[in-house]
Write a protein that binds this ligand. Structure first.
Ligand code: SAM
Length: 244
């Protein structure tokens, strides 16, 4: 559980709000059960419940320093898709270690978000990211940023060391841009951004603009993956390649 700084004391922590309902009613935890609370600066601590009523009072047993984060910082740019596809990407992508999610309004995105829908969707995606972080015992909650257009993504592209475009044409063409060859050059602490197309893929114009601003095409195997599968393939491969 991610707990605000104000609720931490020397040797105890007080959990308030929605988390109390989750701990008491959903997880059915009680006195002497243990759970992990995450301090915004010190990271995760193993805690034991002392009292569980309107608030849950825990004593801190031990600070945990095992690193659960990927050795690189990963930004997933995910085209808007039908139904709950973005929710799936944020939930599973958080479990797999992504740091940032940027919803992308692609030309072929069938799903369109007006301001009201974007607001509702982003609130939900942030909640999903928090819950998925808690369930996978991560020390941070990935950020879900506002919806961006292609030019907004290109404008901020200087902040990344490695820029990739998962391009469906790579799945059909010669095997020159394999993921393993791209992952080989990634070093610890680098910032990686990768962009995924919608159900209908990228338009040639979008792909050309991305190539022109330094995004390198990458192939995620020979099969065409669904838009919600592709980022999970990428994150799993990154973990396999870079983590113990
Ligand atoms: N029609 C399916 C759907 O409705 O989800 C497939 C969509 S595929 C065109 C969506 C995106 O996934 C592509 O734009 C690309 O970013 C990524 N993708 C899927 N398979 C890929 C592959 N083998 N290599 C690289 N990227 C891939």
């Amino acid at each position: 559980y991610f707990i605000d700084q104000a609720n931490w004391e020397e040797d105890r922590v007080v959990i308030k709000g929605d988390d109390v309902h989750h701990i008491v009613k959903v997880m059915r935890m009680k006195k002497e059960d243990s759970l992990i609370c995450v301090h915004p600066e010190r990271g995760p601590a193993l805690c034991e419940i002392v009292a569980a009523e309107q608030e849950v009072l825990c004593s801190i047993i031990d600070w945990l320093d095992e690193n659960k984060e990927l050795p690189v910082e990963v930004t997933i740019v995910q085209s808007l898709g039908k139904g709950d596809k973005l929710e799936q990407v944020v939930q599973k992508g958080t479990e797999l270690g992504a740091d940032f999610f940027i919803p992308f309004d692609a030309e072929r995105s069938v799903a369109k978000w007006d301001a009201k829908k974007a607001n509702k969707k982003l609130t939900r995606l942030k909640k999903i990211a928090k819950e998925a972080s808690e369930q996978s015992e991560r020390a941070k909650v990935p950020s879900v940023l506002d919806v961006m257009t292609l030019s907004e993504i290109i404008e901020q592209n200087d902040s990344y060391d490695v820029k990739l475009i998962a391009h469906e044409n790579e799945a059909r063409s010669v095997r020159s841009h394999s993921l393993s060859s791209r992952l080989h050059v990634i070093k610890d602490n680098q910032r990686v951004i990768i962009i995924f197309g919608p159900e209908g893929g990228f338009t040639p114009g979008e792909a050309d603009k991305l190539f022109a601003s330094g995004f390198l095409p990458v192939r995620l195997g020979p099969r065409i993956l669904r838009m919600e599968t592709a980022p999970l393939y990428f994150l799993s491969s990154l973990s396999y390649q870079l983590e113990e």
